[in-house]
Every structure is written in C-alpha cells, then in structure tokens.
Design a protein around this ligand. Structure first.
Ligand code: DAS
Length: 332
C-alpha cells in the first residue's frame, strides 16, 4: 500500500527540549526532526515522512522571515507534487501566530497542520508523540485541506483563524473561543465537524524591509505614556488591544488623532472573544468615536493576529483603504 507523503518541518519548541548536557538548569531545544519522528510508535504506518529540521529554537525567537520561508517551501512542494500534506512542529508560545501567518499566505488544497507540545520529552505524560501522530494523521487526510491551516494538539483540530493559546501549562491549552474545534482525531482517524470561513489570502511580501509594527494593550489608569513614545518613533503601524468592544482612555485621543494621519492604527480588543463594535457606544474613546478618528476595527482578530496581518499588508505596500478592506473581512 502506498502511504501519503507528509513533509514535516521542525522549528523547535518544548516538544524538542531536554536538559542541556552542559547545564543543570532547564530544558533547551535538542531533539531533531528524525529523532522526534522515531519516538512516535506507529508513525511509519500512517505516512511516509520527509522530516526536516529547519530551526531549533524557542518559538518566541521565531520571525516573520521564518514564516515567509516556510510558506515558500510549502508552495514549492505543493506545485511540484512532492508532498501530499505538511506538518509544522514548533513551540506553542507563538504557534497561533505562525499558523495564522501561514493561513494568510497559503492558498493550497493540501492539509497544512501545525503542532507542538506542552510537556517536554523528559516529563511524565509528555504530549509530543501523541500530537505528532495526530498531526501527521491529519496531514495524511485530504479532507483536512478544506479547513485551511489547522492546529492539532490534544487530538482537537482547530482552524488557525480562530485558535488561541489559553493556558500556560495545560495540555488542553489550544481553544477556539468563537467557534470550538473544526474537528477531532478519534481512534486514529480524522473527523471534521465544520469548514471555517476563509480569510483574505495574501502573497508573500518579498524584497522589502520588515516594517516596525507596534502592539500595545490598554489598561486601567493608562495615561498614554507608551503611546506618546510611539508617536515620535519610526513605527509604521500600530495595533492597540483596547478594552472590551473597542474602548480607550480619553488620554489617548490627542495622540491618536496625530498618529492616524500618518500610519494605520488597528483597533483590537484585549478580551478573549468577541467583535469590535461599530455603532453602540458614543462616549469619548468609544468605538464610534475611535472609528471616526480613523482607527480601523479588527473584527474578531485579537492583537497578535491583527499584528501579523498588518505587518504583511504594510510590507506589501497596501494602501490605507486596502488595509481597511482586508480587516473588514474579519468583521465576520
Ligand atoms: N512554551 C514552550 C512551548 O510550548 C516554548 C516555545 O514556545 O518554544 O513549546
């Protein structure tokens, strides 16, 4: 029997981390892609794996360039027909951002699955092997491609568009607060419950410098100190995680009036789920006031994903109108 061909890219993360030979404190990336796959019983019966160690890093040190390179490699392998599905293995800290970036940049029909682990290989009940088996099972199942890029941990299949990390240590950390999972791996096979709506598809920006895009979060008693520092900086775009449905302190307003004339300012929310409102509140600093002042509502996208989208758009040379229209798609 011919098995599906799955290409697995390893970027690092807890799933690879064991005690460093020269240190007594803490685990660090050390297990490469081949060793990771060898540690998963039965993997060779699910797919023919082409395992590649691309990086060995904690996911907080991954960059946009890593995402662009990965997207380019996947597009190339898709075009040449060299693989039937793809798995990206990385740390969970930035997993939702990398998965979302890939979902924005990839317009392919084959499954693209991102996974990682919450417990390192030296811990009892390390979840890495089960997550790799489930991720490869999904990558080897054609129908998963219909869901766009998915995140698979703990046997749940989440759309990259809706998933977020919700807990610092629990293996059930990845959740989609708006929608729930799109499917699940049950007794070794894939069940898909729903196909998520598609977000805007963008091309990989090439040959342009990485723009400086800031992300700040509003909090009680904030006098706009940090925002003031950004006003006179060379930042080229700003995402603000506002209160609730899109509200900011009055003390932000003068500075924002200046900034919205110069750069795109995205209005997102610091809460876990829900839309940015557009037409409910009318006080100074409300969503109606802020949108009138030129802020662009992010729909349901929270700060980190909104920053991914804004960075790619600015880097691609998108106009203010194009940026606004693209974020509008996320006002689902
Ligand atoms: N938080 C760790 C992980 O879950 C480290 C990282 O993100 O690389 O993998």
């Amino acid at each position: 029997m011919t098995l599906p061909r799955v290409r697995l890219f390893l970027l690092g993360g807890t799933i690879t981390m064991t005690a460093a030979s020269n240190s007594t404190s803490g685990v660090v990336p050390s297990v490469d892609a081949d060793a990771l796959c060898r540690a998963v019983p039965g993997l060779d019966q699910v797919a023919e794996i082409d395992a590649r160690t691309e990086q060995m890093t904690a996911s907080g040190s991954l960059t946009f360039q890593h995402g662009f390179d990965l997207a380019a490699e996947i597009i190339k392998a898709d075009n040449s027909g060299d693989a039937d599905g793809f798995v990206i293995v990385q740390g969970t800290d930035t997993l939702e951002e990398m998965a979302f970036m890939l979902d924005c940049l990839l317009d392919i029909k084959k499954p693209v699955v991102v996974t990682g682990a919450m417990r390192n290989p030296t811990q009892i009940s390390a979840d890495g092997p089960a997550n790799i088996l489930a991720a490869v099972t999904c990558a080897a199942t054609n129908s998963v491609g219909l869901a766009g890029v998915v995140v698979v941990l703990n046997d749940d299949i989440h759309s990259a568009r809706f998933v977020t990390k919700t807990h610092s240590g629990n293996v059930d950390t990845f959740q989609s607060p708006e929608t729930g999972p799109v499917g699940r791996v049950v007794e070794g096979s894939v069940r898909i419950f729903s196909i998520p709506v598609t977000g805007p598809k963008l091309t990989i920006p090439r040959g342009r410098d990485m723009p400086k895009i800031a992300l700040i979060t509003a909090s009680l008693g904030d006098d706009g100190y940090l925002l003031g520092l950004l006003e006179n900086s060379d930042c080229q775009g700003l995402v603000i995680e506002a209160f609730g449905a899109g509200h900011l302190p009055e003390k932000y307003l003068d500075v924002l009036d200046g900034m919205t004339k110069k750069i795109p300012v995205i209005l997102s929310s610091r809460v876990a789920a829900g839309h940015i409102f557009r037409e409910t509140y009318g006080f100074q600093g409300s969503e109606i006031d802020l949108i009138n002042r030129g802020l662009i509502p992010s729909g349901i996208l929270k700060g980190p994903k909104a920053r991914i989208l804004l960075t790619i758009l600015v880097m691609s040379g998108a106009s203010r109108e194009q940026i606004k229209n693209t974020f509008e798609v996320w006002d689902l």
